[in-house]
Design a protein around this ligand. Sequence first.
Ligand code: HEM
Ligand code: FES
Length: 779
Amino acid sequence: MTSVSHRTRAGGCPFHTAGRAASSPTGCPVSSEAATFDPFDAPYQLDPAEALRWSREQEPVFYSPKLGYWVVSRYDDIKAIFRDNLTFSPSIALEKITPPSDEALAVLKRYDYGMNRTLVNEDEPAHMARRRELLDAFTPEALEAHAPMVRRLVRDKLDAIIDRGRADLVAEMFWEVPLTVALHFLGVPEEDMEQLRRFSVAHTLNTWGRPSPEQQVEVAEGVGKFWQYSGQVLAKMQAQPHGHGWMYDMIEKNRQKPDVVTDNYLHSMMMAIIVAAHETTALATANAFRQLLSRPAVWAELCENPELIPAAAEECLRHSGSVVAWRRIATRDVEVGGVTLPEGGKILMVTASANHDPSHFENPDELDIYRDNAVDHLTFGYGSHQCMGKNLGRMEMRIFLEEFTRRLPHLELEEQAFTFLPNTSFRGPEAVWVRWDPASNPERRDPSVRTAQRDFPVGAPEARAIVRRVTVAEARPEAEGVLGVTLTDPAGRALPAWTPGSHLDVVLPTGEARKYSLCGPADSGDWRIAVLREEAGRGGSRWVHEAVREGIELRVRGPKNHFRLDESAGHHVLVAGGIGITPIIAMADRLRRLGKSFELHYAGRSRRSMAFVERLERDHGEALRLYPKDEGRRLDLAELLAEPSEGTLLYACGPERLLAALEAGTAHWPEGSLHVEHFSAEGALLDPSREHAFEVELADSELVVEVAADRTLLQTLRAAGVDVPSDCEEGLCGSCQVEVIEGEIDHRDKVLTAAERAGQDRLMSCCSRAKGKKLVLAL
Ligand code: HEM
Ligand code: FES
């Protein structure tokens, strides 16, 4: 072990000194929580994220003497480790976490067991050379071809139980369908499925479990047989060179480039991939059904609103992923989260804990199917080794959910004690018992329900599909040409809380959406918007005025906030022009409640056309300045903005003309003083005739992609299987931001400040492009 110098958190030893019973390999005492941590104990086995809450909060990197690993629990630290696969080698990803006994080793030897590097535990440069050769089968386009097969398998299994009324879904289909899909995908002949399942369980226990000395021998028998079996299947496949499937792609590459796709790799991969491709997905599906069915209101929402299925599946992967921890080994002394790990230090990254880190996910313990950054979860890993099969796994989960929500919406979870195969990394209940009343099956009344399927595009879920149905509780004139609309939850629950500056996207019958700010009051449990009828507009506001009546249902996305109020400023100047009062009134309400100093300037044509005047006069009389044009009162911006004031922030919403004048008028104010809400994205939309193609190097994924003149960077990244969250896709929201390492950026968004743009270190991938020929991104 090399000697290390500690960088400490608070000047002393980086570990708490409460439990001196144990020490780390660096000689540092470990805290009592760290000393007692054991991933094979019940708390971790039942709920790994919860079991590591203390670590996330107090000691995000600790040495576990019981495991002999450094445990890392926070999102940013884990992502940083995934990012750097040279410093943090994946070579131990499939190592036996419990050292094997001599007897077990003897058994394995008897079977000539020689499991070695595959992809997931291969170092560079061999790994990327191999991965690039084998990526073609995983593009969203190629995967689309498998959807009908997955659909058929799920439907057949469901047909078999639909009249039964009770079933364990794991035993009936959750393991067998993903296993069959995996075999089809790989091109491996379907043989003894039960035996393959037993082999997989043995492999999981062998790699991530803590079998007792007697079990070790049994497990080694299973693993040895699995190894032999894999070799035989491989030999059979090699004898038939024209088969279809990913394994055949590998066999072909092995012929063409034996130094890149080696013989041992083929055999090791044959064994590892059967597990990787089926157990992960089987467990993920079981977790998702358990989580969704244990929240009947959420299940009901999904049945009513199946558009949400991709988002719900992703949220389940975040909330209760099937891979909960993954491993790396430090190749040099290196600091993680303020603690120096020694060269050779083994690392357990508890991704389930990262997925519950409140610094990345709001209310992380809540299963929120409307969450729009669920896709950031680390259940598929991240970076150059990120799961290649993620989009196949997603597809299977979505098809399961779609078939069940449509055909058995009245499904209920039975009271049961869930059990899990004891291991550090693969997690899902061993059984999921459900019941339903077959007499209520919708297809008994309407047989077309059986086949009325809905398909989803392959890939990460689209934020645009996260649509909520709400009921119009009230629609009444708020001012001349302004309709005030109050929205409630159809089931009578309180709608989620929101923050001032938030807006909703109201989805029109055409499928297009329009943004309307929430205008409060914020704590009423319902949502209120006010819509100005714009005759010269694109038709959205006319539709709202003509069609929206009390009792109808609307489809909305959000609330989303791209116009957040910084409440820490000493003084706020709020400026509203016309209907721009909607977010501003919510800000005024909030500042008043906080007892903060502010002034509100509100200009409009006439009092009659200005919404909320009465309420503003009542609630904000002292802070309010009204400028109705027909009364000869004019907002004098030159006077208002003459004296820049340190510690004052300006928030404005209104016509582009007003916003432009404010921007010009605050040029002499400190950078970042003015915050405006843009609702249109002029200049952000793509005009291929004026663009040039450019190359993008993805440093974390070690890929190079070409962005054509007629595609956005975001579209190109998605087509390459790289998940980037997005929302507005027109440069307004900031959710598709990507870090730039090199290259000159042509910024097209409305999110970044001038200083942020000048930094040339980030861009909005939905609209911004390269000025020159190349960009290098931290993706
Ligand atoms: C790698 C999870 C489904 C094939 C991985 C890794 C994880 C993972 C955590 C390691 C990532 C890293 O080191 O950054 C999952 C989950 C799945 C799933 C949660 C389902 C819900 C699949 C499927 C396939 C597959 C269906 C194949 C058809 C692979 C391969 C790798 C991998 C080939 C190695 C990639 C590399 O190292 O370059 N997966 N997986 N996975 N997975 Fe998956
Ligand atoms: Fe909103 Fe790109 S998705 S700025």
